[in-house]
Design a protein around this ligand. Sequence first.
Ligand code: OAD
Length: 265
Amino acid sequence: MTIRRCRPIVVLTGAGISAESGIPTFRGADGLWEGHRIEDVASPEGFRRNPALVHRFYSERRQKLDDPRIEPNAAHRALVDLARRWPAPVRVITQNVDDLHERAGLGVAGAGELLHMHGELRRVRSLRTGRVHPWSGACDETSIDPETGECGTLRPHIVWFGEAILGTETIDEWLADCGLFLSIGTQGAVWPAAGFVREARERCAAACIEFNLRATEISAWFDDCVEGPAGRTLPAFVAALAEGGSPEDFRAACDIARRAAAVGG
Ligand code: OAD
């Protein structure tokens, strides 16, 4: 067992890890999110201009999580597997606002740690008190704050453009202490998440590996990039990683993951 093997792993996930579960990714070539301009549905100005539209947008996405066909996929499960087997902490920072990581068992009963840096669909926040509440179903301007009883004071618990990400201090600590950094299914177009790989490299000399369907805007920052659907590549990588934690072991696990992608077609 090498020293590296005992160091924590930090994982950054993005929309691509949930794509095989049936949740669409964000960035189409036309810059639209499910038919809406990004600034209309993902900015504080957009919410002030048209709260009804913004509430409807997130309510629909929240309700979609209740569709029984939307389930965690093999990539979500592989991370739980990794967290259970790796002898040091496995810390997952997700940009996703869905709940598929936790439904796969991540962050539960000692199986890793999970941080939603861009918020969560299943929560809303009071504009007045700042307090966060669990929420299911639709939320709109007539919804009542369960704590204060006020009407029209709730907003989606989602980080919009121009707003600060959640969990900054924890993320900062995690990125200062990892031997392996994995980025899964994210385009690297949104900051500060796009810069995490550089931090992990520069602050603790972590080995950095990217999993994506294809090269991204930040691929050059990784030691290795595994192309293919994460639902195929990640389980193979995690299974192979059980063999060891040296840079050679990481490279060998990447090769096995690439072969898994090729076999799957
Ligand atoms: P994007 O939609 O920008 O990128 C999704 C990435 O996943 C792309 O690089 C795809 O190639 C890749 N991908 C798709 N299917 C995949 C699969 N099966 N396996 C592996 N990779 C796959 O989504 P994000 O990078 O997550 O923020 O976007 C980051 C943030 O942009 C989001 O969190 C959102 C948005 O602003 C907020 O909502 C606050």
